[in-house]
Ligand binder design. Structure first.
Ligand SMILES: [Mg+2]
Length: 220
């Protein structure tokens, strides 16, 4: 039995939730970008698998953490490949983390304002929602593509606040990316939680100054 993470739910009105690596297992995304994409890329360019991986990794690294990194239209254009179609090919790996639905049910019962706050591209969100039906739980779905800045970048929260009414003192934000959490911390979001193991098939993360969720059941 895991220890409960105690939060003062009375004081929390808005709950911002990241999608990939937080509500959903990051295994799908890692598998897609680090295995499936290199395989298809190698086929297209008649490269050895290792060479394909090397070329792609260097392209990824150049724009990691920017909005383009999360933009599958950008990658479709850059790589001259139909990225949404490739994503569909391995869709069966899209999975929710354990106890995500009961947690979302709990938030609804508590009448919290539930916002999906993701860097994922709208086309990626659509593919994920086809496989995992969590769409109905959210009061609002906001992608950084409509805000115009990635969540890890300075100014994101200011811009978000221009389009959405929320009080930072009564907001909880859960995300598996420490850079993203630190940007929220800078903005004084009161309650911040990280994820212990974003990808179920990789090691656990050192979440440094942030308390990490091992299982969503720790929250309710
Ligand atoms: Mg994430």
């Amino acid at each position: 039995m895991l220890d409960k993470i105690s939060l003062d739910w009375q004081k929390i009105h808005t709950v911002f939730l990241d999608m990939d690596g937080t509500l959903l297992d990051l295994h799908y995304d890692n598998h897609f970008w680090l295995e499936h994409m290199p395989t298809r890329y190698a086929e297209k360019h008649q490269l050895q698998p290792d060479e394909a991986k090397k070329q792609l990794t260097s392209r990824y690294e150049k724009i990691k953490g920017t909005l383009n990194w999360y933009c599958i239209d950008h990658w479709s254009e850059q790589l001259e490949m139909d990225v949404p179609a490739l994503k569909q090919e391995v869709f069966e790996r899209i999975k929710a983390r354990d106890n995500v639905m009961p947690f979302l049910d709990f938030l609804r019962q508590k009448k919290k304002h539930i916002i999906l706050l993701t860097n994922a591209h709208p086309k990626t969100i659509r593919i994920k929602f086809q496989q995992v039906s969590i769409e109905k739980y959210f009061d609002k779905i906001i992608t950084s593509h409509e805000i115009g800045i990635a969540k890890e970048e300075a100014g994101f929260w200011d811009k978000l606040h221009q389009t959405l009414d929320f009080d930072r003192q009564s907001s909880l934000f859960i995300d598996d990316n420490l850079t993203v959490l630190r940007a929220a911390q800078q903005y004084n979001i009161a309650y911040l939680l990280a994820i212990h193991q974003p990808d179920s098939q990789q090691g656990v993360m050192d979440t440094e100054e942030f308390t990490a969720i091992k299982c969503f059941q720790q929250l309710f």
